[in-house]
Design a protein around this ligand. Structure first.
Ligand SMILES: *[C@@H]1O[C@H](CO)[C@@H](O)[C@H](O)[C@H]1NC(C)=O
Ligand SMILES: *[C@@H]1O[C@H](CO)[C@@H](O)[C@H](O)[C@H]1NC(C)=O
Ligand SMILES: *[C@@H]1O[C@H](CO)[C@@H](O)[C@H](O)[C@H]1NC(C)=O
Ligand SMILES: *[C@@H]1O[C@H](CO)[C@@H](O)[C@H](O)[C@H]1NC(C)=O
Length: 274
């Protein structure tokens, strides 16, 4: 009986040690939390075409068109799950000002969408990959029948873009990091399918437009809100990192706890032996 009571004293002492250690660990776990919560700051900001163009400072007309046609939202959504990436030719405000007066207003809403999509290539091109591009190059306005394509010719120092109606050159790289490249151009790319010499019958453009393209922007009308999701991810990440140290502490307490239990068991057997 004496041996039993000494073993239970031994066990109680071990449990007290265990509880004490756990309290110490949980106190310590709180201390490293605040510096660790600051760390996730550099997590990559979500790609933001509007932000890139805004920073460029001379793309207000393009930004307005991207918004009005909802192609901007479509682009944001595509960037999030695109294996090939996107390349955007961004005409400057001057480029739009140099159009014949009324050019944009003469377009139907569908043609405006096509015009904007014509400035978007369905994959990421670094400047050097233009040198090995084979023509004609498809754009986001191209259907299955090869309409709305561009010819791109390039040397290491120059990239020419030709629509069959007008020519321009890439004048500046605004952004280039997979999955998105944004290049400034000094002319609006005028698709032959809208601005080319029209046969006397006139208005062939609408029938050439791939119908599903027109619906796409509306289907993606709510991308803006979902595009904000990565912003919450960074605070999630902050939460994760606040839990990590205490999780580590918990693991440590469990290890200490099992050591204490082993010690208690040893006490018990030693006292039994006595
Ligand atoms: C993109 O940036 C613009 C301006 O910098 C901002 O107004 C907009 O909310 C941002 N959009 C997203 C989806 O982060
Ligand atoms: C680009 O166009 C300019 C002017 O039209 C021409 O002189 C130049 O050779 C072209 N460069 C390439 C790489 O096609
Ligand atoms: C592209 O080049 C080909 C041949 O070089 C030509 O037939 C075609 O019309 C050009 N297309 C455009 C859009 O310039
Ligand atoms: C987009 O979201 C807003 C509210 O967030 C909602 O009122 C609207 O109906 C949504 N539009 C579409 C096309 O889902």
């Amino acid at each position: 009986m004496a041996s039993f009571s000494s073993s239970s004293r031994c066990f109680l002492a071990a449990m007290a040690t265990l509880i004490g250690l756990m309290m110490i660990m949980s106190c310590q776990a709180k201390t490293p939390t605040s510096p660790a919560a600051v760390a996730p700051g550099p997590i990559a900001a979500p790609l933001n075409l509007t932000g890139i163009l805004e920073k460029g400072g001379q793309y207000t007309t393009l930004m307005r068109l991207l918004k009005e046609t909802q192609v901007g939202e479509q682009i944001q959504s595509q960037l999030k799950n695109s294996y090939d990436g996107l390349t955007i030719f961004a005409p400057t405000d001057n480029a739009f000002n140099n159009l014949k007066p009324g050019t944009l207003n003469s377009l139907t809403p569908q043609e405006q969408v096509s015009l904007v999509l014509y400035h978007v290539l369905p994959r990421y091109y670094s400047l050097s990959t233009f040198e090995t591009t084979s023509n004609p190059v498809r754009t986001q306005a191209s259907g299955n029948n090869g309409v709305y394509s561009l010819n791109i010719t390039s040397t290491s120092s120059q990239v020419n873009v030709s629509t069959g109606v007008d020519d321009t050159q890439i004048s500046n790289k605004l952004y280039s990091d997979f999955p998105l490249a944004v290049y400034s151009v000094d002319s609006v790319l005028l698709p032959y399918d809208i601005f080319g010499a029209k046969p006397p019958a006139a208005a062939p453009a609408p029938s050439l437009l791939p119908p599903k393209k027109k619906k796409k922007p509306a289907a993606n009308a709510n991308v803006t809100s979902s595009a904000k999701a990565p912003a919450t991810t960074s605070s999630d990440a902050a939460d994760d990192s606040t839990t990590t140290p205490s999780a580590a502490a918990a693991a440590a307490s469990i290890r200490l706890g099992s050591s204490a239990l082993v010690a208690a068991a040893l006490c018990f057997f030693i006292s039994l032996a006595n």
